[in-house]
Every structure is written in structure tokens, then in C-alpha cells.
Design a protein around this ligand. Structure first.
Ligand code: SF4
Length: 354
């Protein structure tokens, strides 16, 4: 039986997914490597987010900022607006900080090793290893969710996550070749995304099924074993959509650090991941005839949030912030939870009161 990397690379040569940040396997075989800026941008976007979601955001960023120097030269506010909806907003702030550093300290060229890449903002062990392998051909050890699934199934390793990650790293270290390590890593990712899927893996089509213990023993779907999840708490709070007679709504900016850091929001009560915020119209930041619009629910990584939504027409300014007119709202750096809040009052928005 041929080694795993030979079988997998042969499969990749004819089955690789076409993704906008990649070069084709044919180019990869000839030693052509993708643009490190594209690889870095896609890897940061793909943290906690699916390929399908990332695609349009990636295209938008590349069209707006074709090089890392262009990204460094723009305002953080513009990056936050372009990122709005992708979630985990600290990634966007780190993205900008990283672009600034690559432009100012490396003349717009990304360092070429995982060790050097890891010194940049927002680039941890996984991302540095992935960029170094894919963009620079360094033989690193890359483990993401897809690779965890393939490697635990192939070895039928029943150690639960996250402890099994170390085993996955050993597995990848054993099988990653010195030649085309980036294509090999992407082949593992593609196998996990298209064949070795969480449910109903298509083992009969898999290029490494001959020695896959999960398949041979018919227990593939058991892996990776997950430790039981702690239930997420539900936090409550209230959000207040203050509307001016011309239909503009009042927005404020969250502090740069913390949840939704740097994003634009309507005023809310002080909910956090660990405590509830006040509810009821009496908690509104300004006096007004607040009308209830029910609740919206949003799930963050560690908790669910249930927000009461209130709206009122007001004339005075309720603190630091700005009025955003109807045609400006779409361009604001609104996180998804705020889009839900504003949608909840959409029927009443932009109507001038009698
Ligand atoms: S044979 Fe099945 S379980 Fe094993 S790696 Fe392939 S798809 Fe996954």
C-alpha cells in the first residue's frame, strides 16, 4: 500500500476544491505557491467560519484592498464595516494590526516561516502553520477541525477532544511530506470537508480507506469523541432603537476591547457573558415613549442572549454616538445581533411620527 500522502495527493490532483485564495493542484505540482496575502486573509476569515460564508467576504476584501499595503493604509473603521456579519470581531482588529505590521516592518511581505509568522498580531500556532505550509511550502504540522476528524477516524483514536489534538499533531507530523506540504494539508482539509464529513462519511470514495481503522471497524462516525458540552447560559437585556423625526437612528460604538469590540450598536443595557442586563423601558438611556417590539435571540460562543427590543422617536441626543440615516445603515459596522434588533423594529423605522 502506498503511503497516505501519495494516495491523498493523487486524489487532490483531481478533486481539489476550487477556492479563490488557492492555486490549482497542477500549479502546485510545478512549485507555484499562492499569494501569502490571500492565504493569510482566508485563514483569518476561516477561523470559526465556513468556506461558504467566507467566499464573498474574501472577494470583497481583495477587491477593496488588493495588497496588504492597501489594507494597512485604510481606516480600521472601514475594515470593521467590511467585516460586519463575519463575527468574532477581535479578528478584524487583529487583521488590521497585522497588516499594519507587515507593511511597516516587513515592507509588505509576509515572513516565510511559522515561527516568524507567529510573532504577528492575531496569528497563533494553527494559522502560522497553515500559512507557512500553504503559502511558503514549509513542512509544518497543521491541525484544523477537518483534519481532527480524518486523523481520529483513520486511527480510531477514542481520546476525547481537546486532549486528542496532540495525537492529531503527531499523526500529521508522521504523514506530512516534505514535497508539497501545503497541498497535502489542503488535501486533508478537502477530504474532511467533502468525503470524511461529520455524518455519513463517503468511505467508499475515500483514497485512504484501505487502512482506515474507523472504516474497517465500521465505527467512523464515533470520531472525534467529544467531551460532554456544558450547557450555555441564557443572558437577558434590553436594546433601545432611538429614532429621530427624519428616520435616522442613534448608534454608539462599543469599546475596542471585549465582546463586539469596536462595532456599532444601538444603546443596550449592560449584559455580558456572565451577567444579565436590566430590562424594561425604565432602563432606557433617555426619556421617550418606548414601544415594545418583542425579543430577539442571538447565540454567542459561550452564551445565548435574549434582548427585549424597544423603539421611540426622540429629539435629544442620548450620549456619545451619531445619527445614522436610512441610506447609511447598510454601511455601518453592525454585528449580526444588532441587525436582528434593527430588523425587529423595521416596520416602524424611517416613518416620520405624526
Ligand atoms: S475511510 Fe471513511 S472514515 Fe476513514 S478517512 Fe476515509 S472517509 Fe474518513
Amino acid at each position: 500500500m502506498k503511503p497516505i500522502n501519495i494516495r491523498l495527493l493523487a486524489w487532490y490532483d483531481s478533486h481539489a476544491r476550487t477556492l479563490p485564495w488557492r492555486v490549482s493542484p497542477g500549479e502546485g505540482r510545478q512549485g507555484v505557491l499562492p499569494d501569502p496575502y490571500h492565504v493569510w486573509l482566508s485563514e483569518v476569515m476561516l477561523q470559526q467560519t465556513t468556506v461558504a460564508t467566507v467566499g464573498p467576504y474574501f472577494e470583497k476584501f481583495i477587491a477593496k484592498w488588493p495588497t496588504v499595503k492597501n489594507l494597512a493604509a485604510c481606516d480600521l473603521e472601514d475594515v470593521m464595516k467590511a467585516w460586519a456579519g463575519l463575527g468574532y470581531y477581535s479578528r478584524a482588529r487583529n487583521l488590521k494590526a497585522c497588516a499594519d505590521k507587515v507593511a511597516s516592518e516587513h515592507d509588505g511581505k509576509f515572513p516565510q516561516t511559522a515561527a516568524e509568522l507567529q510573532k504577528l498580531p492575531g496569528i497563533g500556532p494553527y494559522t502560522s502553520a497553515a500559512i507557512a505550509a500553504i503559502a511558503f511550502g514549509e513542512r509544518t504540522t497543521v491541525v484544523d477541525g477537518n483534519i481532527e476528524r480524518v486523523s481520529t477516524r483513520h486511527t480510531a483514536n477514542s481520546t476525547p477532544l481537546p486532549q486528542v489534538k496532540e495525537h492529531c499533531r503527531e499523526f500529521m507530523d508522521r504523514v506530512t511530506p516534505a514535497d508539497r506540504p501545503g497541498d497535502f494539508v489542503q488535501a486533508m482539509m478537502d477530504l474532511g470537508a467533502t468525503i470524511c464529513t461529520p455524518r455519513n462519511p463517503a468511505c467508499s470514495l475515500c483514497p485512504i480507506n484501505d487502512d482506515c481503522q474507523g472504516h474497517i471497524q465500521q465505527i467512523a462516525e464515533q470520531f472525534p469523541v467529544k467531551a460532554p458540552k456544558k450547557p450555555k447560559p441564557t443572558r437577558v437585556g434590553a436594546a433601545f432603537v432611538a429614532q429621530r423625526p427624519d428616520g435616522a437612528i442613534w448608534l454608539t460604538k462599543r469599546p475596542n476591547k471585549g465582546l463586539l469590540g469596536g462595532m456599532s450598536v444601538v444603546p443596550t443595557t449592560g449584559w455580558t457573558a456572565s451577567k444579565n442586563g436590566a430590562t424594561g423601558y425604565a432602563a432606557a438611556p433617555i426619556v421617550g415613549d418606548w414601544i415594545p417590539h418583542g425579543h430577539i435571540r442571538h447565540t454567542f460562543t459561550h452564551f445565548h442572549l435574549e434582548l427585549e427590543v424597544w423603539s421611540a422617536h426622540v429629539n435629544m441626543l442620548p450620549g456619545d454616538g451619531w445619527w445614522s440615516l436610512q441610506h447609511q445603515i447598510g454601511g455601518e459596522a453592525l454585528p449580526t445581533v444588532m441587525k436582528k434588533v434593527i430588523s425587529a423594529v423595521a416596520d416602524d423605522l424611517f416613518k416620520v411620527p405624526k
